[in-house]
Write a protein that binds this ligand. Structure first.
Ligand code: NAD
Ligand code: UDP
Length: 344
């Protein structure tokens, strides 16, 4: 007898990290049901996933704040676990529209958790962020580093972490994974899926990639006077597929226990500066990438990278892909994408 595949509900599964995790889940033998309102993604991603895995995920277009819809989903499908990616993620925008961020990220998570509780689905993997560490007091960042938030987006992540911790403490049987992402970059090797920001990218990598294709003139380097080896900001960049596989490992870990509150960093443990990233992308693309140093971006920290030991000890998971691979894969995707955009 063939065992029935377990269904995982992936909120925000059409987006950047959710789509790569959907591929990893399908490859690990799960059936994926995506709920996404497409506010920051394109439904064509579903066909691209099918090209990679041979299986198009089930898709429901809708909003995590729609409690009636959530109840229908939980009663119509036998969902074993939820991976919760849906939310808004632009730090600058969160300061301009805090209510939209609290509504999507906090209220949306509450609606989802209430529907899960009602349906007796008690396994959730949540997309948190290294932003919950605030300005690092020590490096590498361990999971017990104090938490703080410097902007509304970071505050939504911190609040949902606390809500999940309270929920876990209140009732037996919850299996909760708080995954704190460092800086996900790169794309699937196939070039079929990747990061597709709308408008001007906020993040470094997609901006650099668009300078490499000629779509933008030059990278603005936000400050070269930090206390770092070359003066520019240092971050822990992690390949999005390593991140995706970290989710599969976290789900496996949760499933083997009756109750679990797992908090882990998903990073590589190594930091690279903005100038190192630009140089690595030049190498991967063979393109010259002009840049100009401008003022610091308000709210940025100098440097941060993860302590990865807890993830390895508990999950047996470590990131394995190198910075050149991250840049090569991002470059392949960017070329495909810009070819598609220009009709080529
Ligand atoms: P993304 O914008 O590409 O994906 C998010 C998806 O959620 C999109 O497809 C969007 O349409 C959908 N969505 C948003 N609000 C929704 C709602 N109310 N109902 C239904 N769908 C909704 O972003 P991403 O980079 O894939 O990030 C995924 C998650 O990881 C987010 O929660 C983000 O905060 C978190 N995260 C991202 C990063 C990063 O650097 N990309 C770092 C740390 C944490
Ligand atoms: N950065 C930059 N120019 C850009 C975007 C980002 O110099 O156009 C720098 C930023 O100051 C930080 C690093 O690149 O040091 C990573 O920024 P990103 O926004 O990608 O991620 P963050 O760690 O801030 O979430």
């Amino acid at each position: 007898m063939i065992a029935e595949k377990e269904t995982v509900l992936v909120t925000g599964g059409v987006g950047y990290i959710g789509s790569h995790t959907t591929v990893a889940l399908q490859e690990a033998g799960y059936r994926v049901l995506i709920l996404d309102n497409l506010c920051n993604s394109d439904v064509a991603v579903l066909k691209a996933i099918a090209k990679i895995t041979g299986e198009e995920p089930c898709f429901i277009e809708g909003d995590i704040r729609d409690r009636g819809l959530l109840d229908k989903i939980f009663s119509n499908y036998r969902i074993k676990a939820v991976m919760h990616f849906a939310g808004l993620k632009a730090v600058g925008e969160s300061a301009e529209q805090p209510l939209a961020y609290y509504d999507n990220n906090v209220n949306g998570s509450l609606q989802l958790l209430q529907a899960m509780q009602e349906a007796d689905v008690r396994t959730i993997v949540f997309s948190s962020s290294a932003t919950v560490y605030g300005d690092p007091q020590s490096l590498p960042l361990t999971e017990n580093h104090p938490r703080s938030a410097t902007n509304p987006y970071g505050n939504t992540k911190l609040m949902v972490e606390e809500i999940l911790e309270n929920l876990y403490a209140s009732e037996a049987g919850w299996r909760v994974a708080l995954l704190r992402y460092f800086n996900p970059i790169g794309a699937h090797r196939s070039g079929q899926i990747g990061e597709a920001p709308q408008g001007t990218p906020n993040n470094l990598l997609p901006y650099v990639a668009q300078v490499a294709t000629g779509r933008r003139a030059q990278v603005q380097v936000f400050g070269a006077d930090y206390d770092t080896p070359d003066g520019t900001g240092v971050r822990d960049y992690i390949h999005v597929l390593d991140l995706a596989q970290g989710h599969v490992a976290a789900l496996a870990y949760c499933k083997q226990s009756d109750g679990e509150l797992l908090t882990v960093n998903l990073g590589t443990g190594k930091g690279y500066s903005v100038l190192e990233i630009i140089a690595a992308f030049e190498q991967a693309s063979g393109k010259h990438i002009p840049y100009q140093v401008v003022a610091r971006r308000p709210g940025d920290i100098a440097e941060c990278w993860a302590d990865t030991e807890q993830a390895y000890r508990l999950l047996g998971w470590r990131a394995s892909r190198t910075l050149p691979e991250m840049c090569e894969d991002a470059w392949r995707w960017e070329q495909n994408r810009s070819g598609q955009a220009s009709g080529g």
